[in-house]
Design a protein around this ligand. Structure first.
Ligand code: HEM
Length: 513
């Protein structure tokens, strides 16, 4: 009896020691080894403290105060800590999210050299984010790596072919027209002030439901609304991602995110199942879900590895979110800038008259809206909906005589690069779409990696052509029916909630043309 008690105590102690050892290894020894390697390679950064890293500095620093004065100089306001650390450590430095060191990068030359020899499939995504954002993106295209990424990307890319995009035009026009009819009703009933951010986001959700999943908005609405709730749960709250046991510090949010994740998965599974059963139904273009299911059937018949149901659900989740949120934000920020710059509103109205006239909108004529293209680029420069890009090295990467060790987390600050006076000149914080007139691709930026709204390299955004088309359709339809100006109730508060959004919405006052 005594012997077995002793045995039990020994086993418990040994197991506790192993557990503590493992935790110590992953939270202390491994990160510090990575940190040492980075420091040995010449990188420095603000001093971290265990277990929060630099998170306390980041959270304590003054947040963007909403203001009636609209300044486009948003980097130092939205990321005061990065702006401050840049002053003492330059444009490439180490900062810590909890027990995870990250290499911060806001230098396009460094980025160019770093990415020069790394192909899309060789990039990783930081494990800490993959775990934290699992309920939102799972192992969809945004997060998947290696050969799996190659497979997912190969299956998905044809959904965005010019022929497929062309087939989506009518559905987009239909959804936007019904939103604008609603606006007309509001104006006619004496309510010309409309919070366009909400309206545009919901219409973009309708568009992605119809064009990528072949379902009505009624069926897609629940998914979009739950994804939005998840976004607020994961990114608005005071969470400490990267800190050991951080889930226990915000148990309510963690449980809520998991619950929402399961509910979204169940909704998507029912959409996938219904679609698989109705394979005979006619779908005018090969939408995303159709392509995923068809490819899966071909692969499994050929005995190849098909996407599992889990992977299909994750892919749908990724596209439901990625496919509407960012495009809606591009349109929303555009409406803010056009409300401020009535001369550009008029120039675009003029261009629409010249290029489209009274004709129907189609993929061919919207391609002729050149000035609108400059406006899109300038808006994505000033207010990039995806404000940063993250990576994890899956190999040692050489930059000049420095080595970024395998496993290093990286945080690329797109807002900083887009607002860097050394790259864009004196007018960096001004709205000047004409900078893209002469230089359509880079807007006159003096570095080819200085304009990154859709990311870079092989992992560049797969949906950018869809955005370009949807953006032009929405804006054309709005500008042919209304002119608008800023409501005195607008408060400028660009903030990060995964994406860069106006936290207090965008109220505009509309007048029919
Ligand atoms: C203004 C609109 C958009 C912006 C600013 C934007 C931005 C980005 C950025 C910066 C990346 C790179 C992320 C990284 O490297 O980690 C990305 C990737 C991605 N985007 Fe977009 N995006 C937009 C629209 C869309 C749309 C409409 C869709 C889908 C219909 C979409 C789906 C994706 C997916 C699936 C990826 C991952 C690609 C990969 O890793 O291979 N995006 N996007």
């Amino acid at each position: 009896m005594e012997l077995s008690l002793q045995y039990f105590v020994c086993i418990t102690l040994a197991m506790s020691a192993i557990m503590i050892g493992r935790l110590l290894f992953s939270w202390w020894i491994l990160p510090n080894l990575a940190y040492k390697k980075l420091k040995d390679n010449g990188f420095s950064g603000p001093k971290p403290s265990f277990p929060f890293g630099n998170l306390n500095d980041m959270k304590n620093e003054k947040k963007y105060a909403s203001s009636c004065i609209i300044s486009h100089d948003i980097h130092s306001a939205a990321f005061p800590y990065f702006a401050r650390w840049q002053k003492s450590h330059g444009k490439v430095f180490i900062h810590w999210l909890g027990t995870e060191p990250f290499l911060y990068i806001a230098d396009p030359e460094f980025l160019k050299k770093m990415t020069a020899h790394v192909v899309g499939k060789a990039w990783g995504k930081p494990t800490v984010f993959k775990n934290d954002r699992e309920p939102m993106f799972g192992n969809g295209l945004l997060m998947v790596e290696g050969e799996y990424w190659v497979h997912h990307r190969r299956v998905i890319t044809p959904a965005f072919s010019p022929a497929n995009l062309k087939g989506m035009t009518n559905l987009m026009v239909e959804s936007v027209t019904s939103m604008l009819d609603r606006w007309t009703d509001l104006i006619n009933s004496g309510k010309p002030e409309i919070n366009v951010e909400k309206e545009i986001t919901s219409t973009a959700g309708e568009i992605i439901s119809k064009t990528s999943f072949g379902i009505s908005y009624e069926n897609g609405r629940e998914v979009v609304e739950k994804l939005r709730e998840m976004q607020i749960t994961l990114f608005k709250s005071n969470r400490f991602v990267g800190v050991p046991f951080s889930n226990f510090m915000s148990p309510k949010q963690t449980l809520k995110a998991r619950k929402l994740g399961k509910e979204i998965d169940a909704l998507l599974l029912s959409i996938i199942t219904a679609r698989s059963k109705s394979s005979k139904r006619h779908h005018p273009q090969q939408d995303l879900l159709g392509l995923l299911l068809a490819d899966n059937m071909v692969d499994s018949r050929a005995g190849k590895r098909a996407l599992t149901t889990r992977e299909l659900v994750d892919e749908c989740k990724t596209f439901f979110f990625g496919g509407h949120e960012t495009t809606a934000l591009a349109v929303t920020w555009t409406l803010l800038l056009l409300a401020q710059h009535r001369e550009w509103q008029n120039q675009l109205i003029e261009e629409i008259r010249e290029v489209i006239g009274n004709g129907e909108i189609d993929a061919a004529n919207i391609a002729g809206l050149k000035k609108m293209g400059w406006v899109l680029n300038e808006v994505l420069r000033l207010y990039p909906p995806a404000p940063n890009v993250q990576r994890q090295a899956r190999q040692d990467i050489e930059v000049d005589n420095l080595v970024i060790p395998n496993g290093t987390n990286m945080w690329i600050d797109v807002v900083s690069i887009h607002h860097d006076q050394n790259l864009w000149g004196q007018s960096v914080n001004e709205f000047k779409p004409e900078r893209f007139k002469e230089d359509n691709l880079y807007g006159g930026c003096n570095h080819k990696m200085g304009f990154l709204p859709f990311g870079f390299g092989g992992r560049m955004c797969v949906g950018r052509n869809l955005t370009n088309m949807e953006y032009k359709i929405v804006l054309t339809l709005i500008l042919t029916r209304f002119s608008f100006y800023l409501s005195p109730n607008y408060c400028h508060s660009p903030s990060i909630m995964l994406s860069l959004r106006p936290m207090q919405g965008l109220p505009l006052i509309f007048e029919p043309l």
